[in-house]
Structures are given as structure tokens and as C-alpha cells.
Design a protein. Structure first.
Ligand code: NAD
Ligand code: TYD
Length: 363
């Protein structure tokens, strides 16, 4: 078997970015995928139902904190790479319940690193030379920017502000240490906010689309002038494939879309797109649904990514602009109502009540 045809082990492949990554991988790459996912509220096997029966796809329902399971999977499938997406990923949930974030994001990454290192020691020749541990991380580890500050670059000091960001920062440090101390061939990407198909409707963009379609209030935290740098999810997936194929071992790469927008701008754009694409809606103009609510505690004011290193060294650039990506995303949600209904039943309703029930409407 050639190195390219050997499998990769993906963790968290049933989540938002992981599932887009796995679907794109099968469209573009020759090698099989083993997908290890715990199927928390954020993991949805339905997203990958098109891969059922595909001999190259293996789904394993399990926890990255289970060291024996991870070790057995590595011995059995002998992957050429681990692409590590699995995480608790929502800042608001990390504020209301940080325990799961420390467990999965820190302990889970530690467990994976330890198992990966033991497996790496058993490899020889081209198999050893080609092995990679790719850690998928976030720009939130860098903290918050003032309006005039330059964008985050790879040397920006870490200054995480939320329990989510702190747990991701800890995992990044562990990955770095495993490379420096034990020689594990790691790669790392720190990406800005993603949006696109299969995004769980607890995050800003899918929440606003699904609420607007039902005529529910669109809850904008604080003054809505916080800035995020948005990247279409398929561009993040192409960046990961590029780094996996060509990245320098031990390096980190910042990934972003050069799309800084305030939350209010994003919500207004979504409302305009929905006015246009759903002309029969009785909730038009959708902007009337916008409601300012109590801000998130410790809310980071601005994120922005300087992605020049990955462009200069590896030739990666995003394919979508914010306008084309957002239009595709809204159309996707309009055509995939069964997926949305599937993920917004029972437990989702409890989350909405928990997160928004006690937020006051502000004016
Ligand atoms: P997500 O919450 O949509 O999906 C996470 C997936 O991990 C789910 O399928 C879940 O079931 C699985 N999972 C959680 N705990 C697990 C465990 N203990 N064992 C095995 N599987 C587990 O997250 P996402 O938005 O797809 O993010 C994926 C990765 O990308 C995360 O590491 C996140 O920090 C990073 N990231 C996300 C963004 C973004 O905008 N969403 C931006 C930059 C980086
Ligand atoms: P989110 O999608 O949770 O991503 P992150 O916190 O990781 O950046 O939120 C994006 C921005 O939108 C963030 O500034 C918080 C804000 N936001 C709202 O104003 N209202 C909401 O209901 C949500 C979920 C987020």
C-alpha cells in the first residue's frame, strides 16, 4: 500500500468542521478514513449518511479520553495521520459548564498525544517519515484585539479569555510540548470563525438563520459591534489538507478569511438574504426581529487573522468571499430543513432556554 492510500484517523468527524472535512476528503483524496466520535449533542451521524456502505469509511463511536480504545484503533488501522477536531467548541456552553471542556479538550488531547507517540515509535521507514499529528485549533487562544491592533499572527502571545479558549490554549501547548520533547511530528492550524453547511444552530450564523425563518427574536449580545473574521468551512478544510500535505513539522499556521465583520453587520446581511430568498415570508423585513440582549461575560471584542504565512509558504488562499459563502450557507439551510429539525429537538430546546432565558432584552 502506498503512503497516500493508507488511512487517516479523524477525531470529531461527526461535528460541523469534521464532517465537512470527511465529506470533502472522500471527494478529493484516495485514502480511507476512520472517524472516532463520541456523538455529543454536537455530533450528528446523519450528516455522514451518504458514506454508509462506503468501504473506505469506518465510524467508531467512542471517546478520545479512552486511551485503550485510541491505542487499539492505531494498532488496528495503522493510519498515516491523525487529524484532531474533537472538542467541546461553544464559548457560551464553556461559561455555563466548563468541566466537559477541560475533560475533552485537555485530557482528550493529552490521551491522543500519548497514544500517537507510542504508535509513532512502532513505525519505521517511510511510514515513520510520513506520519503526522494535525491539531485543529482556534484563533481564540490569542485573546482579544483593540480596533487598531494588528491581526493575530503565529507569534502573537497566547491570552485566552474564555474557558473554551483556555482549554484550547492548553491543548495547543501540549501539542507543542509533544513535538519538542518527544519528537512527535505535529502540525497545528489556528483558524478564525467558520460558517457553512452542517453548522449546529447554537452558533451565531445558523442560530440567526433558523430563528429568522421561524419569526423568533434574533438575540444580538451587547451592542453587536464585536468583530469576527469569518471563513467558509470548506476553505478551512482545504487549508487543513494543504498543511497536512505540505506543512513543516512542528510549525503552526494561522488560517482566516480576511473577512472582519461586526456581528450586527453579519445579522443584517443574513436578514437581507432571507428577505430576498424567502419573499413569501410573513416575517419580512427580517431585521425587525433583531433584539439586543445581555452581553456574554468576558466577551472578546475583536478577532482578526493574519494568514500570510500559510499563503506565502504553502500557497493556500480561501476560495469563497463572505458574500458568496454566506449566500451558499443560507441556501443550504433553506434546502436542508430535515437536518435542522433533526438537531433542534429535545436537548437543543433546553439549551436555548438555559442560555437565553435569563438574558434581558436591552435597548
Ligand atoms: P463541533 O462542536 O461542531 O463538533 C465537535 C465534534 O467532536 C462533535 O462531533 C462531537 O461529538 C465530538 N466530540 C466531542 N467530545 C468528544 C470526545 N470526548 N471524544 C470524541 N469525540 C468528541 O465543533 P467544530 O465547530 O466542528 O470544531 C471542530 C474543531 O475545530 C474544534 O477543535 C474547534 O476548537 C476547532 N475550531 C472551530 C472553529 C469554528 O468556528 N467552529 C474555528 C476554529 C477552530
Ligand atoms: P459564536 O458563533 O458563538 O462564536 P465565537 O464566540 O466562538 O466567536 O459567536 C460569534 C459572535 O456572535 C460572538 O461575538 C458572540 C455573538 N453572538 C450573539 O451576539 N448572539 C448569539 O446568540 C450568539 C450565539 C453569538
Amino acid at each position: 500500500m502506498t503512503q497516500e492510500n493508507r488511512p487517516i484517523l479523524v477525531t470529531g468527524g461527526a461535528g460541523f468542521i469534521g464532517s465537512n472535512f470527511v465529506l470533502d476528503w472522500f471527494a478529493l483524496e484516495p485514502s480511507p478514513v476512520i472517524n472516532l466520535d463520541k456523538l455529543t449533542y454536537a455530533g450528528n451521524p446523519l450528516t455522514l449518511s451518504s458514506l454508509e456502505g462506503n468501504p473506505g469509511y469506518t465510524f467508531v463511536h467512542g471517546d478520545i479520553c479512552d486511551g485503550d480504545l485510541v491505542a487499539n484503533l492505531l494498532t488496528k488501522y495503522r493510519p498515516r495521520a491523525i487529524v484532531h477536531f474533537a472538542a467541546e467548541s461553544h464559548v457560551d456552553r464553556s461559561i455555563l459548564g466548563p468541566e466537559a471542556f477541560l475533560k475533552t479538550n485537555i485530557d482528550g488531547t493529552f490521551t491522543l498525544l500519548r497514544a500517537a507517540q507510542a504508535y509513532y515509535q512502532t513505525l519505521e521507514g517511510v511510514e515513520k517519515e510520513g506520519f503526522r499529528f494535525h491539531h485543529v485549533s482556534t484563533d481564540e487562544v490569542f485573546g482579544t484585539l483593540k480596533p487598531e491592533d494588528p491581526a493575530f499572527h503565529e507569534e502573537t502571545p497566547y491570552a485566552p479569555n474564555s474557558p473554551y479558549a483556555a482549554s484550547k490554549a492548553a491543548s495547543d501547548h501540549l501539542v507543542r510540548a509533544w513535538h519538542h520533547t518527544y519528537g512527535l511530528p505535529t502540525l497545528m492550524t489556528n483558524c478564525s470563525n467558520n460558517y457553512g453547511p452542517y453548522h449546529f444552530p447554537e452558533k451565531l450564523i445558523p442560530l440567526m438563520i433558523t430563528h429568522a425563518l421561524e419569526g423568533k427574536p434574533l438575540p444580538v449580545y451587547g451592542d453587536g459591534l464585536q468583530v469576527r473574521d469569518w471563513l467558509y468551512v470548506k476553505d478551512h478544510c482545504s487549508a487543513i489538507r494543504t498543511v497536512l500535505a505540505k506543512g513543516t513539522v512542528g510549525e503552526t499556521y494561522n488560517v482566516g478569511g480576511c473577512n472582519q465583520r461586526t456581528n450586527l453587520e453579519v445579522v443584517n446581511l443574513l436578514c437581507e438574504l432571507l428577505d430576498e430568498l424567502v419573499p413569501e415570508s410573513k416575517f419580512r423585513p427580517h431585521k425587525q426581529l433583531i433584539q439586543f440582549v445581555t452581553d456574554r461575560p468576558g466577551h472578546d471584542r475583536r478577532y482578526a487573522i493574519d494568514a500570510r504565512k500559510i499563503e506565502r509558504e504553502l500557497g493556500w488562499k480561501p476560495a469563497e468571499s463572505f458574500d458568496t459563502g454566506l449566500r451558499k450557507t443560507v441556501k443550504w439551510y433553506l434546502s436542508n430543513t430535515a437536518w435542522v429539525e433533526g438537531v433542534t429537538s429535545g436537548a437543543y430546546k433546553q439549551w436555548i432556554e438555559k442560555n437565553y432565558g435569563s438574558r434581558k432584552a436591552e435597548q
